[in-house]
Design a binder for this molecule. Structure first.
Ligand code: NAG
Length: 236
């Protein structure tokens, strides 16, 4: 009986370990490895099917300009939204040589007092280097612990994949700037406020009222506030 029980315990802990590993592998899976040196995105080819990358041009047509972009050299317009921030992201259109490489870069401009609101990237971890600061950054782990830091120019910070994070320029006079690398060519951008209160169609009021312990007016007010969010340029 004793042997049987220990065997069973061992089996179940082995099974747990195996399941844990499988889960970990599944969760931390990154973009697929490229099948060739490069796959310059053919942005003219009709996209009639959903694939994880854009089709390539003929490799003989590749030129060095496919591997260069100046998209991150321009300051973003931080007055175009409620948050006083702007996010410029490389993609296969503005940076065709990036296709299938499993990475992307972002430039984040924050006006004085500006924020990039709490959000997460379902498909990428992000490492950011502060070029103009100070800049307050933080993420919350899945046990709701906050890790927050004030970055000075030159400091780097990592936001683990899938965890909610934010950036805030605490300075009331000067802008902040940070450059990020993300380990997916399509990291995804999920703003928690918009996802909960401004999805289309909307999550029922009753759900939000109970979830946030708020009343009808609160739901209406928050929905109304977020209606103005034109963050489309940030949602790529
Ligand atoms: C920035 O965005 C605002 C609001 O959309 C617009 O009025 C303004 O002209 C833009 N500024 C620049 C420099 O593009």
């Amino acid at each position: 009986m004793y042997i049987f029980t220990t065997l069973k315990t061992k089996c179940s802990s082995l099974l747990q370990l195996f399941l844990g590993l499988a889960l970990l592998l599944g969760v931390s899976k990154s973009d697929p490895d490229p099948l060739q040196d490069y796959c310059i995105a053919n942005n003219k080819s009709p996209q009639s099917f959903f694939a994880s990358s854009t089709p390539c041009i003929d490799p003989n047509q590749a030129v060095v300009s496919h591997f260069v972009t100046s998209i991150l050299s321009e300051p973003g317009n931080t007055s175009g939204n409620l948050f006083g921030s702007s996010r410029t992201l490389t993609n296969t259109v503005n940076f065709p040589g990036l296709n299938t490489m499993g990475l992307a870069m972002a430039r984040l401009d924050l006006a004085a007092g500006g924020i990039i609101p709490p959000h997460m990237h379902p498909r990428a971890s992000e490492v950011t280097i502060c070029l103009k600061g100070p800049l307050t950054v933080g993420f919350v782990d899945s046990s709701d612990r906050l890790f927050m830091q004030i970055l000075q120019p030159g400091d780097s910070f990592v936001f683990p994949k899938g965890l909610i994070h934010f950036l805030y320029n605490p300075n009331s006079k000067t802008p902040a700037l940070t450059l990020s690398g993300l380990n997916s060519q399509s990291p995804g951008f999920h703003l928690t406020s918009v996802a909960t209160f401004a999805s289309k169609p909307e999550i029922p009021d009753e759900v939000l009222k109970k979830a946030f312990q708020i009343n009808d007016q609160d739901v209406k007010r928050i929905r109304n506030n977020l209606k103005e969010v034109d963050y489309a340029c940030l949602c790529k």
